[in-house]
Each structure stands twice: as C-alpha cells, then as structure tokens.
Write a protein that binds this ligand. Structure first.
Ligand SMILES: Cc1cc2nc3c(=O)[nH]c(=O)nc-3n(C[C@H](O)[C@H](O)[C@H](O)COP(=O)(O)OP(=O)(O)OC[C@H]3O[C@@H](n4cnc5c(N)ncnc54)[C@H](O)[C@@H]3O)c2cc1C
Ligand SMILES: NC(=O)c1ccc[n+]([C@@H]2O[C@H](COP(=O)([O-])OP(=O)(O)OC[C@H]3O[C@@H](n4cnc5c(N)ncnc54)[C@H](O)[C@@H]3O)[C@@H](O)[C@H]2O)c1
Length: 564
C-alpha cells in the first residue's frame, strides 16, 4: 500500500526551484504540452524554443511579458505569506492547479512525498494505456478473420513480456519528466517531503514550515483492498503491481468489474490469460448505462476466454504458496453464505480506491474525513466537523471522492485557482466525460438512462432516447469496426442533453462533442446543424443529434453568412 510513501527523491526539504534556462521544454511533445496545460500558441513553447527568433515582435513581447509575469508572480506573494498557494500532492490534480496558478500570477509551491505525477502518471492512466495499446494490436493481429477481411495475411502474432512491460514503464518515465519540466519551466517550487497541515494557512514538509494564503489538498488515492484479502504483490496483486507486468498468469481472477477490472481483462486476455471475474453486484460493469453494459458484455466478455461470478464477494483470498494455488472464497452478497472456492494462478484486486489522507494533519483544523475522503462543497472548499467552511482550504481530485478521474482532478484544481484569484467558478461534474479504454472503447458523459428516468420523474419532465449504430458509418465499416452504438438521453421539451453513452471504435475521443455541448449548455436544436467531415466516426454523433426529436425550436440554428 501507499502508506509507505517514500521520500527517496532527495532529502526531505529540498527545494527544486528552477528558472527558465534549465527547463527542458523543448523535449516536450505537443501532446504532453497540451496535457501539461502549457499552451503552444500561448507562449511557453515558443518562448523556450529556438523558433523564438521566427516569432513576431508582438508574439515575442506577449510571451516575454507572460513568462516574466509568471515568474515575477512566483516571486511576490500576498503580504505575510511564503506563498500565495501551496498544493499538497503533485499528481495530475496538483499539477493542473499549479500550472494554472502560475498563469494567474500566484507564487506557487507543490509538495510531493513520492514522485511527481502521482497515480495517473506512475501507477494509473499512463502505464495502463500503454499496456492497452499493446493489447489492441495483439487482438487485431490475432484475429485472422479480421485480417482476412482486409485481404491481409499475418503470421502468428507473439510478444515479449519484458518488451511490453518496458513500453509501459518508459512511457510513465517520459510523462513524469514532462510534468516535472513543465512545472519547473514556469517556476513552480517543487518541495520534496510529506506535507502535513499544522493549522490554518500553515503546512510542514520534512522539517520546514511554510505559510500560504491558500492551500489545496491533492493527495489522491491508493488501491482499496477489502478485509480478508492478503496481497503478496506476486500472485495476489493490485493495479500497482499488475502495471509492471512481471508475469502473465495462465488463469487470473479479477475481483471487481469496474474500470480497472475491465481494462485489465482486455490486457490479460490479449496476452493469453484466462480470466474469471468476481463481482459483488448482480451484473458485470454495474457502473455503466445498463444497455451499454449489456452490449459491452456481448462483445468484450462473452466471446473471450472470460467467465464470471456475479452477486458474490471475494471474502478471503490467500496467495499461492508451496506449490498451492491462490484460493478465493466467494460468499453470497445477500446471504453471506460461502458459495464457492476458486483456485487460480493469480488474483487482481480491482475493488475501488481509497483516499490517501492519513497523516495530513486534518485534526489540526477540525476536519473529519468521511470514509477517508475530505468533505468539500461544490466549489471544493473543505468543510469542517461542525459543517463550516474552512477558510483558504480546498481539496481536489481522488482525495475528495467526487469523481476519481485524472481530468476531473485537474479541472477541479483549475476551478479552485479561478476562485482564489477572484472569479467565482463552479465545475459542472455532469459535463465531465469518462472512458474505459477496452477494445472497442466505452465512453460516457452525464446521466445513465436509469438516473435520467429518476430525475425526470422527480422533476416532472419526459425524456427521449436516440440511438445510432456504427454499422451505418462509412469510416467504421472501412475499418471493419461496425460493432458499436451511441445513445443520447435528452429532454424533448427543451433539447437539453442529459447523457451520452458510446460503445465502439474511438469512443473515448468521440465523447467530447457531447461533453463540450453539456459544458457550454448547447442544446440539440443548435448542435444538430454543426457540420462533420465525411467520412469520419464523428458522423455517428452527428446522426445521434439529428435523430433526436426535439419539440422546442428556441434558438436560431444558422449564423449570418460572412462574406468570403
Ligand atoms: C490502473 C488505473 C488506471 C487509471 N486510468 C485512468 C484513465 O485512463 N483516465 C482517468 O481519467 N483516470 C484514470 N485513473 C484514475 C486517475 O489515476 C486518478 O483519478 C488521478 O490520478 C487522481 O489524481 P490526484 O491528483 O487526485 O491524485 P494522485 O494522482 O493519486 O496524486 C496524489 C499525489 O499526492 C502525493 N501525496 C499524498 N499524500 C501526500 C502528502 N501528505 N504530502 C505530499 N505528497 C502527498 C502522492 O504521492 C501522489 O503523488 C486510473 C487509475 C488507476 C489506478
Ligand atoms: N479509464 C479510466 O478512466 C479509469 C481506469 C481505471 C481506473 N479508473 C478510476 O479508478 C477508480 C478505481 O477503479 P476500480 O475499477 O478499482 O473501481 P470501480 O469502483 O470502478 O469498480 C469496483 C468494482 O468492484 C466491485 N467490488 C467491490 N468489492 C468487491 C468484493 N469484495 N468482491 C467482488 N466485487 C467487489 C464493485 O461492485 C465494483 O463493480 C475508479 O473510480 C475509476 O474512476 C479510471
């Protein structure tokens, strides 16, 4: 578990502040720059790049001014404080907040007790997507029928386990250094040590005490291992171990069929393992829209070497030892009676994540966690034990439990910075997309159909459902990837988009048209006139909006033509 956060980077109170001259911004790829929150056109890139000489004088002036303002901002604080903003935890949430804070001219420090990048970069999104990139290719190369349909002949596909593991590890290292460099380049002080809140506006890391006008807790989460399960890191593992791909078991039980379970089932089956799911609820993938879940089961589970037990808890798991296999006791989720005992080569525990808030010193400011999560209001302001807001204290990301996703953590951080710099900002969590990177992918934004129906009944409105199929999409058919649907849940009376769910090729990329529409408050009667390039997968979403039957026609769809 992560409770053993190591301070291995350097001595506990090292300040790694750097200036622009040693920043390795040139090594950042455009993609990582975007992810890191540095905007190429906005300046960071051009300023440090040798192409500066080609930039116009105006651009150069703006860039110089912005960087100067940023660095000056990081030199002058609010009166009486060491910093304007101190962030505890340099995961993606803390990183997103730090970059935005510097952009806003705040003198900013980030405290990290382990390595920069946190879960997402080192033990989550990044290495898992590297493994999934491999599983996608393996799956395709192994599918003779699929290859033949293109007229392709491929010899038997194989893989080198260490090579696959290296791909994941190398990607994590690369993104970690991109994140570190992006903060150093903008002058964020990276303070190494375990952060503890001593009192209002006061934090300690190592032996050093610093003060800040505002503090953001961004300490993230660790794998949740239910009682009775013994993790040895070899045969009974969490995602932290699985991402290292130290071995590929012949038969692995995956406990939990949420995001982690599903993504790893895609990886393991592509690499040749047989998988048995153990799921406490009555159906697999209980978090997804039921209709999408059913289709996903038909495509991602049934044809693969996967079986499952639903409605059962894994109550006791014992690692393999002395030639004996891993044993898993399954109890009925309702009666709690022993139902079955499985013997497998390995077990992956994917039963959710627990907030990492131990040792943070929350008791010093009268804050009581709820199952470990830091209680916050809609603006991420921390609430104390008597229900009052703690002034100048915020909590973002996995540690507040609102939405355990990397981009949600980062968006919450940006929202907090907006607030501390004087602009009220409330993040609409219903506009935040999510995706599961299986082959094909699943993505969603907003409400599921049952959630929408419940809301509609409470608030007294009707809902409409529209669906489109990948089977009717030229690009999907050209790729021989016609398996998939998109589903829209909406209000026919006013055209509001309540939820969009996609299962199919590149679903994770396609969802953003819908999530941006929800974020901007765009209605179906407007977005249905937007033009999509042909032939593209995005036409699946175009057709979806066109298929909706909206009664209202409240806004004008056509802008005044502009003379060419
Ligand atoms: C296998 C896996 C795959 C995932 N895939 C995706 C995905 O594809 N897309 C997605 O959106 N999300 C994904 N997630 C979820 C995502 O990783 C998290 O939601 C995200 O990392 C949360 O960011 P955070 O900044 O809140 O916390 P974290 O990333 O956990 O960072 C917290 C940081 O704080 C540090 N810290 C903790 N306590 C202290 C302290 N007291 N002092 C100093 N430092 C401290 C930690 O060392 C850590 O670096 C995945 C998660 C897992 C496990
Ligand atoms: N692509 C992504 O965005 C991505 C990928 C991986 C993880 N994540 C994030 O990481 C977090 C953790 O993922 P996760 O898959 O571990 O959690 P999850 O909450 O998505 O799924 C956990 C599953 O385990 C089941 N479960 C819990 N205890 C059990 C037990 N004792 N026996 C059997 N089943 C049990 C639950 O019913 C649930 O279906 C998620 O909140 C997710 O947001 C996101």
């Amino acid at each position: 578990m992560h409770s053993s956060i190591s301070l291995s980077l350097s001595s506990p109170s090292t300040i790694c502040r750097s200036n622009s001259s040693n920043a390795n911004v040139n090594s950042l790829t455009p993609r990582s720059l975007r992810f890191c929150g540095l905007r190429r056109e906005a300046c960071g890139f051009k300023y440090f790049n040798s192409s500066l000489s080609k930039a116009s004088n105006a651009t150069r002036r703006t860039c110089s001014n912005r960087i100067a303002a940023s660095l000056a901002g990081n030199g002058a604080t609010s009166k009486g404080f060491d910093y304007d903003l101190v962030i505890i935890g340099a995961g993606v949430g803390g990183h997103g907040a730090a970059l935005h804070a510097v952009e806003k001219g705040l003198k900013t420090a980030i405290i990290e007790g382990d390595v920069v990048g946190g879960t997402c970069v080192n033990r989550g999104c990044v290495p898992s997507k590297a493994l999934l990139a491999v599983s996608g290719r393996m799956r395709e190369l192994q599918n003779e029928h699929h290859m033949k349909s293109f007229g392709l002949q491929v010899a038997a596909a194989g893989y080198d386990r260490q090579g696959v593991a290296d791909h994941a590890n190398n990607l994590a290292s690369k993104i970690r250094s991109n994140l570190t460099n992006s903060m150093k380049a903008l002058g964020v002080d990276i303070l190494t040590g375990f952060g503890t809140i001593l009192g209002p506006q006061k934090v300690k890391y190592g032996d050093t005490v610093i003060t800040a006008k505002d503090i953001i807790i961004a300490t993230g989460s660790v794998p949740l291992v239910p009682k009775g399960i013994e993790v040895d890191g070899k045969t009974v593992i969490t995602s932290d171990h699985a991402l290292k791909l130290e071995f590929v078991p012949q038969w692995i039980a995956i406990v939990g069929s949420g995001y982690i379970g599903l993504e790893f089932s895609d990886v393991y089956t592509a690499l040749g393992s047989e998988v048995t799911f153990v799921e406490a609820l009555d159906q697999l993938m209980p978090g997804f829209d039921p209709e999408i879940g059913k289709l996903a089961q038909r495509v991602l589970i049934n044809p693969r070497k996967i079986d499952y037990h639903t409605g059962v808890f894994a109550s006791k798991i014992t690692p393999a030892k002395d030639g004996k296999p891993v044993t898993i006791e399954l109890i009925d989720a309702k009666t709690k009676e022993l139902k079955d005992t499985l013997e497998v080569d390995a077990a992956l525990i994917a039963t959710g994540r627990a907030p990492f808030t131990k040792g943070l010193g929350l008791e010093n400011i009268n804050v009581q966690t709820q199952r470990g999560f830091v209680p916050v209001d809609g603006r991420m302001r921390v609430i104390d034990a008597s229900g009052e807001l703690v002034p100048h204290l915020y909590c973002i990301g996995d540690a507040n439990g609102k939405m355990m996703l990397a981009h949600a953590a980062s968006a919450q951080g940006i929202s907090v910075v907006e607030q501390v710099t004087g602009k009220d900002h409330v993040l609409n969590h219903l506009s935040i997309p999510a995706a599961c990177f299986t082959h094909p992918e699943i993505s969603m934004v907003g409400l599921t159909e049952p959630q929408a129906r419940e809301k509609a009944e409470k608030e007294g409105f009707e809902i409409g459902i529209a669906k489109t199929s990948f089977k009717a999409n030229t690009k999907a058919l050209a790729e021989n990837e016609g398996e998939g649907i998109a589903k829209l849940i909406y209000r026919p009376d006013n055209g509001e988009i309540l939820g969009v769910h996609i299962f199919g090729m590149h679903a994770a990329d396609l969802i953003h048209e819908a999530s941006n529409a929800i974020a901007m408050g765009t209605r179906i009667q407007d977005i249905k006139y937007a033009v999509h390039a042909h032939p593209t997968l995005s036409e699946v979403i175009d057709e979806l909006f066109k298929a909706a039957k909206v009664k209202a026609n409240t806004s004008s769809p056509v802008a005044e033509p502009v003379a060419a």
